[in-house]
Ligand binder design. Structure first.
Ligand code: BES
Ligand code: MN
Ligand code: ZN
Length: 501
């Protein structure tokens, strides 16, 4: 889908449809009002009569009957202005494009209409691109006829903003790539296949890549990752891709330069292991690599933009399966950084593989850590599908991550880490236990991982709920795979690179 900026008046555009945003409780104004006059007042009539209310995800096509250049006008809702944030803005445009595709429009225009005076260009473009997402089907037989939009032109957004459009388009496409990986069947997207995807990305941008298999993992002492992978016939992989952005050709890195590590949970299938899940809880567990999908998609964009910041993506890839060599509840393992961990529940595997991945990032010079993981079912209980649940050990770093999350329209909400709860991580036999069977599950997952951050600023983003909305009633939250965390990571790298410049 091509996206371009135009300066021509909206009524003169030669497009199949011109989309006009409307917020609830607001009257048409500016260019929308001019258009309304050209159409003999039909748009304001719909709004005044409350036939179109401007609710989020409300999308209504209206024939223009030859009165203006566009063949149709589409009214689409943004919801109430005071409810509008970056995520809802993207969701509104996602729905606009999704609906417009079904109506067969090839060329469409979107009219700027920023309630609250926000600059919506980025959100509009990202939302529209995300609206083109279609899960790749593996069905045999004739493919259903696909209607796709060829071009979106943006009217009224100002001139000379082509680079912003291109960047936003890349962000939307990166999100969709993560969504595609999330949706891939677990027999296709194995730990090794994830490593191959990472290799392709690294080669595309000439990035440094390292993939550790079982023998290297043993040598490096990554026993927690090995333990989680031990029940599977598909061996685990510890993947590290590095973008060098801190120094220009020949020159050495600036003193005190930052290195951001984006660490993704890459469990390609989570059966629970010996602590086996029930079938209905297991059926979705192909997306337990959503964190990996986000960080790999993000570093692809970060490298292609040549951001002046060192960034590494670290993916802990494994399949959590029961089997004759699987780890057992009661096992005690020595992590890569030397702490002993009692495995109480083999289904709390995410924190184990992440602990070793964090150690790996620190060994490779990370100064700032962000991990993304479908870590706890409790995240859905705590916060629901509308946002990721976060924990952090550093207020200053968190405020940067929070800023990135808002800018990216990729919600993350921080939960507290009370020192009082640390006692729940204690084991009778080892330094730590991996599960506590109790309250505050999402916080406890974060607090376990916090034991492995080596005193560095760190944020943990639990995307268990936000990565895949399964609640049919939550209609304005992205359904199915969402690519949660992808744009947050890109934005965070942008912000940190901006500060380095
Ligand atoms: N991958 C799951 C978490 C999950 C649950 C993601 C539902 C998406 C939807 C994780 O490995 C897990 O099994 N967590 C356990 C932790 C518990 C044993 C402490 C959970 O949430 O039950
Ligand atoms: Mn699990
Ligand atoms: Zn898991």
């Amino acid at each position: 889908m091509k996206i371009s900026l135009v300066s021509a008046a909206a009524a003169e555009l030669n497009v199949d449809a011109l989309a006009v945003p409307v917020a609830t409780g607001q009257r048409l104004s500016g260019a929308a009002l001019e258009l309304d006059r050209a159409l003999g007042g039909v748009l304001s009539e719909m709004v005044v009569n409350a036939e179109f209310r401007g609710r989020i995800h409300e999308v209504l096509p209206i024939p223009a009957q030859g009165k203006i250049g566009p063949r149709r006008v589409i009214l689409y809702g943004l919801g109430a202005p005071h409810d509008l944030d970056g995520q809802r803005m993207r969701s509104a445009h996602h729905e606009l494009v999704r609906a417009s595709r079904t109506w067969g429009y090839k060329r469409m225009a979107v009219l700027r209409g920023d309630p609250l005076g926000m600059d919506s260009l980025k959100a509009v473009v990202e939302g529209c691109v995300m609206g083109t997402f279609e899960r790749r089907s593996r069905q045999t037989g004739a493919a259903p006829e696909r209607r796709e939009i060829d071009e979106v032109v943006l009217a009224g957004f100002g001139a000379g903003r082509e680079r912003e459009v291109v960047a936003a388009q890349e962000n939307g496409e990166a999100t969709n790539r993560a969504r595609e990986w999330q949706n891939a069947p677990p027999n296709e997207l194995t730990p090794d296949a994830l490593a191959q995807e990472a290799t392709r990305i690294a080669q595309r941008h000439n990035m440094e890549i390292e993939v550790l298999g079982p023998s290297e993992l043993k040598a490096g002492g990554y026993n927690l990752l090995l333990g989680v992978g031990s029940g599977s016939a598909k061996p685990p992989r510890l993947i590290r891709v590095r973008h060098h952005g801190n120094h220009t050709e020949g020159a050495s890195a600036k003193a005190g330069a930052k290195t951001l590590a984006l660490i993704g949970k890459g469990i390609t299938f989570d059966s629970g292991g010996i602590s086996l899940k029930e079938p209905d809880k297991m059926s979705r567990m192909k997306d337990d690599m959503s964190g990996a999908a986000a960080v790999l998609s993000a570093i692809d964009v970060i490298a292609s933009r040549k951001l002046p910041l060192d960034v590494m993506a670290v993916v802990a890839a494994a399949e959590n399966m029961p089997g004759p060599s699987a780890q057992r509840p009661g096992d005690v393992l020595v992590s890569a950084d030397g702490k002993t961990v009692e495995i109480v529940n083999t289904d709390a595997e995410g924190r184990l593989v992440l602990a070793d991945a964090l150690t790996h990032a620190l060994r490779n010079g990370a100064t700032h850590l962000v991990d993304l993981a479908t870590l706890t079912g409790a995240a859905t209980i705590a916060i629901g599908h509308g946002a990721s649940a976060a924990t952090s050990n550093d207020d200053e770093f968190w405020s940067l991550v929070d800023h990135a999350s808002r800018e990216a329209g990729d919600r993350a909400w921080r939960l507290p880490m009370y020192a009082d709860y640390r006692i729940l991580l204690r084991s009778q036999i080892a330094d730590l236990r991996n599960s506590e069977y109790g309250e505050a599950g999402t916080i406890m997952g974060g607090m376990f991982i916090a034991e492995f951050v080596g005193g560095k600023p760190w944020a943990h983003i639990d995307i268990a709920a936000s990565a895949w909305n399964t609640n049919d009633e939550l209609t304005t939250i992205l359904r199915g795979p969402s690519g949660a965390g992808t744009r947050l990571c890109i934005e965070l790298a942008e912000l940190m690179a901006g500060a380095e410049r």
